[in-house]
Write a protein that binds this ligand. Sequence first.
Ligand code: IP8
Length: 278
Amino acid sequence: MDECEIDLKSSNKIILLKLGGSLLTDKNKPSSIREDVIRSAIQQIIDANKKIILIHGGGSFGHPLAKKYRISTGIDPTIPNQILGLTETHQSMNKFNSYLINLFLEKKYPTLSIQASSIFIKDSLNISTQSIDVIETALDLNILPILYGDIILDRQGSFSIISGDQIIFKLCENLKKYEILKVIFVMETDGIFIRDEESNQKSIKLASKLYLDDLESLNLADLGQKIDVTGGIEGKIKSIKEICKFNIPVQLINGLKEGFIYKSLKNESINCTNIIIN
Ligand code: IP8
């Protein structure tokens, strides 16, 4: 066992890494995988050898079905086959997740798939869990827990979608044994782009450093980013604000840039957006 492994085993500090669905799949084509991007991301995670929880989004496996059956707005008897569509949405995500898990296992890297729909339940607006221990125990065993955006059942007899970002928030809120060092959102852009007020309205720039307060009044650049069922970039900023309330720094990075996931996990400097805790 080398020094790195000992360090990994004894650490109670972790990083939450979210791989965005639009990065891993082609959102315009249902159930389409960007194999090279996924393989590269997985290799970088393995090479970085850090204790992390991996969360991935829905992309073309989750969003088209969730939209078709209007899952995020809950039960609606006027939608034909909605309950079947609910379970199909889950199964589609499960299939996507299995694809990732298999790639890790091919590389002999121990991972455990944890289904958000089994460990979280909604009660109107509140999402609760009794099963955070499972994740912490997996981490104790140096298993990489992998969660993903999923359907969520509601005690009121309904359901909706739990996004990867909401899962991250719930992990920040509920993990007890592990301290979260940072949350990394891996996307297909360099980070958050804003209008450059100092030049003219048409030019935009990457916001490389933002404080929590800055997020209240961001002059977001319109990159024509596709809106998904869980809110696109505006939804992302809302999630970031929630995460920052736990005093956890957030980094938004480009997963298409070679080695950026590895560098971010290793805390090396990259061109990206850093959300600094005030
Ligand atoms: O891509 C959405 O998760 P996200 C999951 O993290 C589904 O927003 C099932 C649409």
